[in-house]
Design a protein around this ligand. Sequence first.
Ligand code: ADP
Ligand code: MG
Length: 242
Amino acid sequence: MAYIFEIENLEKSFGSNEVLRDINFKVEKGEVLSIIGSSGSGKSTLLRCINLLEEPDGGKIKYHGENILDYISINNYRTKVGMVFQSFNLFNNKTVLENCVVGQVKVLKKSREEAVRVADEFLKKVGMYPFRDAKPASLSGGQKQRVAIARSLAMNPEVLLFDEPTSALDPEMVNEVLNVMRSLAEEGLTMLVVTHEMGFARDVSNRVLFMDKGVIAEDEDSKEFFANPKTKRAKEFLSMVL
Ligand code: ADP
Ligand code: MG
């Protein structure tokens, strides 16, 4: 099996704070990984390194066998590896439709007509087509996040990274976003999801990376991780969140 990602000995510090230490894992096509662990354990930094929003200090991030830290242009890579943020990061002065069109036209150099066709397709998929002409300010958090997911999907990524996509949402809106993510997982999209939603981690993702103080303390099949955590820290973490 060829891997999409092979992360080798990844390191990242902020000053004297060693945030990621000797991170190693591989991702196969179609896998859904949940990255869980306490606040400050390095989950966001790991995703941000994978998307090159942070520059690692050492190690390799191989994407289809090539170390992306050797790439000269990262724009092509960024279109293949999309990211969905806790805070949505929509363009608030643009309509829902324009949010989903602009990247396709500017980065992928598509015609506007084709970009609108693709945007509408993904807005339908996340249930936001009726809101295509609305501005983000008029939407709920759950609706904004579904637009952000449609915008990412419209770039035709191979992998989507999610950093706590439901953490900013009111509880009644969490499921509408998780349901979209579940359907993407069922369709075989490769996803790395930092999440506090333990139901998603156990039932939707097939693997769990449990992070503790900058290291991957467990890398385990998700059912096995929840049924039988091996480390003391994972047991403590689960006893707090379940
Ligand atoms: P998590 O997402 O698991 O809560 P983070 O990756 O956000 O953890 O943070 C891990 C550690 O790195 C924390 O100690 C945090 O304060 C620190 N950190 C994260 N980003 C920065 C930054 N840009 N500058 C300095 N320190 C940072
Ligand atoms: Mg975080």
